[in-house]
Design a protein around this ligand. Structure first.
Ligand code: SF4
Ligand code: SF4
Length: 339
């Protein structure tokens, strides 16, 4: 089943973001109101995704393929099946429930899932008594999603916080994102959008105009190495950053510090040079890499071969911080390098 693709008026030609995937399982409380998007998590109580206490909404689909990505469940635009074999009690209920014949049982009832045949219908998830099978990703209407996050208003009011839209790449679902941002604004909720900046120019500008804050990620300042480590060109991102700067957008810049990727002297000089092309100065957050994603890849049946040197991390953060501060930037350290 195809999920309706959202469209925007691109000012920049980018590879199409296909919201094409298996059937979407509606969130239980989702009434049909406003555009529908695909969300894989709603995380409450974050102190790392903008000012104050945040509720972070993770939207599915991302055009980048960062080698260190911490949210592999956000890459595909549709729901994906996540398996935790350690919870399995070999009852066989999943194989019986699967309409696609994607699950076979080996000796002792141990299930094997053929992901090429899986359409993420969720029947085995419902049948499984132990939670060994989960779907990551569900359809939400913008009205239902904003009603859900608005429940956290007391925490926002007490801390100066709000709602952050992350992913995946939230700008990959522009109509849904913009409707959520407008609905939050109508309710008086502060909003932030965490983006790679890889999107059509018109989308980036529209989102920046609708959001209270844009958390703009910069992963590498060198075009060739940016393409090698993320799979997309730097030019689109850098041009969008300069466009948001010129438009007066409220920005925090965020640099994931990844040993072996962007911690050498050339990269430090490149970040200083890139930020030097902006008209204004913004807080620059350095996000140290955390090794937490390998188990997620295994549950999704994906390979994860990235092995950065943790021993170099503190030194890398310190060196980049020093270089940026020497250039006059307001550097802050914290958070987590997700993607
Ligand atoms: S989600 Fe489960 S039941 Fe549905 S096709 Fe995939 S393996 Fe089969
Ligand atoms: S239904 Fe769940 S517990 Fe039973 S065999 Fe399938 S994965 Fe294992």
């Amino acid at each position: 089943m195809m999920v309706a693709m959202e469209t925007a008026s691109p000012a920049t030609t980018l590879p199409a973001i296909q919201v094409a995937g298996p059937a979407v399982t509606p969130a239980p409380a989702a009434p049909a109101a406003g555009p529908t998007g695909v969300v894989f998590d709603v995380k409450r109580g974050s102190a790392e995704d903008g000012p104050g206490i945040r509720t972070t909404v993770f939207l599915k689909g991302c055009p980048l393929r960062c080698v260190w990505c911490h949210n592999p469940e956000g890459l595909d635009p549709g729901p994906v099946l996540s398996l935790t074999p350690g919870r399995c009690v070999h009852c066989g209920a999943c194989a019986e429930a699967c309409p696609e014949g994607a699950i076979s049982l080996a000796a002792g009832g141990v299930p094997t899932t053929d992901r090429d045949r899986c359409v993420a219908c969720g029947r085995c998830v419902d049948a499984c008594p132990t939670g060994a099978r989960e779907l990551r990703g569900a359809a939400w209407s913008s009205a239902a999603l904003v009603a859900e996050v608005a429940r956290d208003r007391p925490f926002f009011d007490a801390s100066g916080g709000g709602v952050t839209f992350s992913g995946g790449e939230p700008l990959a679902q522009p109509a849904f994102l913009l409707d959520c941002l407008r609905a939050c604004r109508d309710r008086g909720l502060h909003t932030a959008v965490d983006t790679s900046g890889y999107a059509p120019r018109a989308v980036a500008l529209a989102v920046a105009a609708a959001a209270g804050l844009v958390l703009f990620d910069l992963k590498h300042p060198d075009p060739a190495r940016h393409a090698r480590f993320t799979g997309v060109p730097l030019r689109v991102i850098a041009d969008n950053l300069r466009a948001l700067d010129a438009a007066g957008a409220s920005l925090w810049l965020r640099v994931p510090v990844i040993p072996g990727v962007n911690d050498d002297a050339d990269a430090r000089d490149g970040f200083v040079a890139l930020l030097g092309t902006l008209r204004r100065r913004y807080p620059v957050w350095l996000l140290p890499y955390h090794e937490t994603a390998a188990a997620k890849y295994a549950r999704l049946g994906r390979a994860y071969g990235f092995q950065p040197s943790a021993a170099r991390l503190a030194e890398a953060v310190s060196a980049l911080s020093a270089a940026l501060r020497a250039a006059g930037h307001d550097v802050r350290i914290g958070g987590e390098a997700r993607a």
